[in-house]
Design a protein around this ligand. Structure first.
Ligand SMILES: Cc1ncc(COP(=O)(O)O)c(C=O)c1O
Ligand SMILES: Nc1c(O)cccc1C(=O)C[C@H](N)C(=O)O
Length: 405
C-alpha cells in the first residue's frame, strides 16, 4: 500500500478537518494510544482557564448553588443523549470507573438477594475481575467464569450456557480491552434477562467510538471512563447509567452525603436521594468534568454514526496495511477480522511485541503492549489520520526487522 493511498484516504475523509482541533495532532508523532488517553482538544485549555478565572475565582463557593451541584447530572444527561443512546435522568458523572463498577455491582446484587452468582469472562479488564472477586467475597456469592479466546470475546452461545437460575448479575465489556471484540449488547442483555439476571456493561472502550443504545437494549446498568474516546484527560471522572425502571429500588453501598436526599440538611441518618443522584457519594470532581464537555460537543456536531464510519475505515485500513507490511514478518491479527465485530482498536501479535513497543516509543510511535504478545493500535476516529496509521505500521516492521530474533 503506497503513501498515495493514505494521502487519498485523508484527502477524501470528511472528518479530516477535525484533526486540527486536537493539541499535537499536527506533529509527526504517531499516536496509537487514544484508547488509553485521548488527546486534548485545543478549546479545553481555554475552557479550563475561563473556569479558574470566572467560575471558580469569581463565583467561589456560590458556584455550588449556581451550577456545580447539578453538573454531574447535567453532564450525565449530555453523555446519555450524545453517546449512550439513553434518555435523561439515568446517568451521572463522578468517581473512577473502578469505584462506579463497585457501586453498580453491589447495587445489582442487593436487588437480587435470592441469587448467588456473578457471571463474567476471564478476559475482562483486570479492574472488573478484581472487583468481582472482592464483591463475591464481601457478599458471599460465587463467580462463574466464561473462558474466552484472547483474540475474541463473549458470544451469545457462551453466555446462554453460563447463565442460570442462580445468576444475579452478568458483567461484560462492550469492547474488549485486548482484542477489541465488540459484544452484541442487545442479544447478550436479552440472554441475561431471560435467565432473570441483571446486566452491567463496562463501556470504557466503546463510549465515544462505537454507537451505543442503552435504552433500546434494555440495559440495567453501565459504567465507563471518560479519558479515552471522550478526551476528558488523565483521571477524568467516570459515569454510571442506571435504567429508570430500577432507580427507585436500587441503592449503592458508598452512602456519602452528596448522594443523600438532602445533603445540606445534614441530618442524623442517610436516606438516598431521588433518582440517579443516589449514585453519587462525595463532592463531585467539577474540574475533571470540563474537558469531556468539549469532546461531547464535538461528538454531537459530528454524530456517532459518522464517528463509527471513520473508526471502521481506520481499523480496516490498519488491518489491510498490517496484512501487507507485517504478516510477512510473522505478525498475526489478534482482533476480529469482521469490522462488525470490532471496536476502535486493532491488536497485532508477534513474540517480540514487548520489545518492539519499547523501541517504537523511542521513535515517537506510541502504541501499547498487552500480554500475550499484543501490540494495540488505538485509532481515535477524530484525531488519527490514515497517514499516521501507515507510518506507524511501517515503523513496526522496521523495528521488528532490527530486533535480534
Ligand atoms: C474496560 C476498562 N474498565 C476500567 C478501566 C479503568 O478503570 P479506572 O478508570 O478506574 O482506572 C479501564 C482502563 O483503564 C478499562 O479499559
Ligand atoms: N487508565 C490508565 C492509566 O491510568 C494509566 C495507563 C493506562 C490506562 C488505561 O486506560 C489502560 C486501558 N484501560 C487499557 O485498556 O489497557
Amino acid at each position: 500500500m503506497s503513501d498515495a493511498t493514505a494521502a487519498r484516504l485523508d484527502h477524501d475523509d470528511p472528518l479530516a478537518k477535525h484533526r486540527d482541533l486536537f493539541v499535537g495532532a499536527e506533529s509527526s508523532l504517531v499516536y496509537f494510544d487514544g484508547n488509553s488517553l485521548g488527546r486534548p482538544l485545543r478549546v479545553t485549555g481555554e475552557r479550563l482557564a475561563r473556569f479558574v478565572d470566572g467560575e471558580w475565582g469569581g463565583r467561589l463557593i456560590r458556584g455550588w448553588d449556581e451550577r456545580w451541584f447539578d453538573l454531574p447530572l447535567a453532564v450525565g444527561d449530555e453523555l446519555a443523549r450524545i453517546v449512550l443512546g439513553a434518555g435523561p435522568g439515568q446517568t451521572t458523572v463522578g468517581d473512577s470507573t473502578t469505584v462506579l463498577l463497585y457501586k453498580a455491582m453491589r447495587a445489582a446484587l442487593a436487588a437480587r438477594p435470592d441469587r448467588s452468582e456473578i457471571v463474567l469472562d476471564r478476559d475482562n479488564f483486570p479492574t472488573d475481575r478484581y472487583l468481582a472477586q472482592g464483591v463475591a467475597e464481601e457478599c458471599g456469592v460465587r463467580l462463574r467464569w466464561i473462558e474466552v479466546d484472547t483474540a475474541g470475546g463473549v458470544t451469545a452461545e457462551q453466555l446462554a450456557e453460563a447463565v442460570g437460575p442462580d445468576t444475579a448479575l452478568v458483567l461484560l465489556s462492550h469492547v474488549a480491552y485486548r482484542s477489541a471484540w465488540l459484544a452484541d449488547m442487545g442479544e447478550l442483555t436479552r440472554i441475561a434477562h431471560d435467565a432473570g439476571a441483571l446486566v452491567l456493561w463496562d463501556l470504557s472502550h466503546s463510549v465515544g467510538s462505537v454507537p451505543i443504545q442503552l435504552d433500546a437494549c434494555e440495559v440495567d446498568l453501565a459504567v465507563g471512563c471518560s479519558y479515552k474516546y471522550l478526551n476528558g484527560g488523565p483521571g477524568s471522572p467516570a459515569f454510571v447509567y442506571v435504567a429508570a425502571r430500577h432507580l427507585e429500588r436500587f441503592t449503592q453501598p458508598v452512602q456519602g452525603w452528596m448522594g443523600a436526599a438532602d445533603p445540606f440538611l445534614m441530618g442524623p441518618d442517610y436516606a438516598p436521594a431521588e433518582g440517579i443522584r443516589r449514585f453519587l457519594s462525595g463532592t463531585p470532581p467539577i474540574v475533571g468534568m470540563l474537558a469531556m464537555q468539549d469532546m461531547l460537543a464535538l461528538l454531537d456536531e459530528v454524530g456517532m454514526a459518522a464517528v463509527r464510519e471513520k473508526s471502521v475505515a481506520l481499523t480496516e485500513y490498519a488491518v489491510q496495511v498490517a496484512g501487507e507490511v507485517l504478516a510477512p514478518a510473522g505478525v498475526g491479527l489478534a482482533s476480529p477480522r469482521d469490522p462488525d465485530l470490532r471496536g476502535g482498536h486493532v491488536t497485532l501479535n508477534h513474540p517480540l511485541m514487548r520489545e518492539a513497543t519499547a523501541a517504537l516509543w523511542q521513535r515517537d510511535v506510541i502504541p501499547d503492549y498487552r500480554d500475550p504478545h499484543g501490540l494495540r493500535l488505538g485509532l481515535s476516529p477524530l484525531s488519527t489520520s490514515y497517514d499516521e496509521v501507515r507510518r506507524g505500521v511501517e515503523a513496526v516492521r522496521e523495528v521488528l526487522d532490527g530486533l535480534p530474533g
